[in-house]
Design a protein around this ligand. Structure first.
Ligand code: PMM
Length: 269
């Protein structure tokens, strides 16, 4: 197995849940992206639209203005860049600017042009289990059997991506931890990861600083604040690296890189 890849999160937004506003300025965002690379990130995931529950959508022009200069600068510096977007136009412009990956939290559902554009451009694509934009997702956290339902809906995303012509060697699946899911749903999915492995594609683990970790470390009503969730994040990174997950998407790259290196060394018999 190749080593689990570490995707460093770079939110160029004023309102993301854990690092909102810190890197909203282009120069600060570029500097932070370069710092993530020097901490050991393999891919920098640049996002210009917050997916925080209850956040409003940004318009296309704003999203492009946030994302493109950062993508160009990081690509020029030699980084591998992913762009976290649900818009085909942003994906298209980002691939032109040198991005390798499109990370679409809507699994191709938000914009009907997305899958065709990524396929035509030969982009690499992360498709995530999704049940609606931020304002709608809380109400959609209803499942008969969360593992079976998420696996089935994610399989449909996989099949749509392949049918649109996305290269099977450039496709990664993500169950969308925290998206239209309660803390209990998230833990159940993580505990029954084999159901996702059965989908036959590389998987991305994206748990970093999410609220279910805050509830675990504090209480549901008084969760530990996001910056205090990095040890729990790194632990899950190591746990899933040991079972061969393709990648992990994290805010604090250093702690996850160290945890994965340690797990990898332990696994070398
Ligand atoms: N979560 C967030 C944003 N983008 N992308 C993927 N593929 N999977 C996720 O779970 C995911 C994502 C929300 O977290 P952030 O606001 O810290 O970026």
């Amino acid at each position: 197995m190749p080593r689990t890849l570490v995707m460093g999160i770079l939110n160029v937004t004023p309102d993301s849940f854990s690092d909102g506003g810190l890197f909203a300025d282009t120069d600060a965002a570029i500097a932070h992206g370069l710092a993530l690379v020097s901490d050991g990130a393999d891919i920098i995931d640049v996002g210009g639209e917050s997916t925080r529950p209850d956040s409003d959508r940004v318009d296309e022009k704003t999203e492009l203005a946030r994302v493109l200069p950062v993508v160009r600068a990081l690509v020029d510096a030699g980084a591998t860049v992913s762009v976290d977007t649900t818009r085909a136009s942003v994906a298209d412009a980002s691939l032109t600017a040198g991005a390798t990956w499109i990370n679409d939290v809507s699994g191709g559902l938000a914009d009907p042009a997305m899958l065709g554009i990524v396929a035509a451009r030969g982009g690499s694509y992360i498709t995530m289990h999704w049940r609606g934009h931020a304002r709608e997702m809380g109400a959609n956290a209803v499942y008969d059997d969360v593992v079976a339902d998420v696996a089935r809906e994610l399989a449909a995303c996989r099949d749509h991506a392949l049918a649109a012509g996305i290269d099977p060697g450039r496709l990664v699946l993500d169950p969308g931890i925290g998206f239209a899911k309660t803390a209990e749903h998230n833990w159940t999915i993580l505990q029954r990861w084999d159901a996702l492995e059965d989908l036959g594609f590389p998987l991305l683990l994206a748990v970093s600083r999410k609220r279910f970790l805050g509830s675990l470390l504090g209480t549901a009503d008084d969760p530990r604040p996001p910056a205090g969730r990095d040890v729990a994040t790194a632990h899950l990174s190591a746990h899933f690296a040991a079972r061969g997950v393709w990648g992990v998407r994290v805010h604090d790259v250093r702690s996850t890189v160290d945890a994965i290196a340690t797990a990898e060394r332990m696994g070398r018999a």
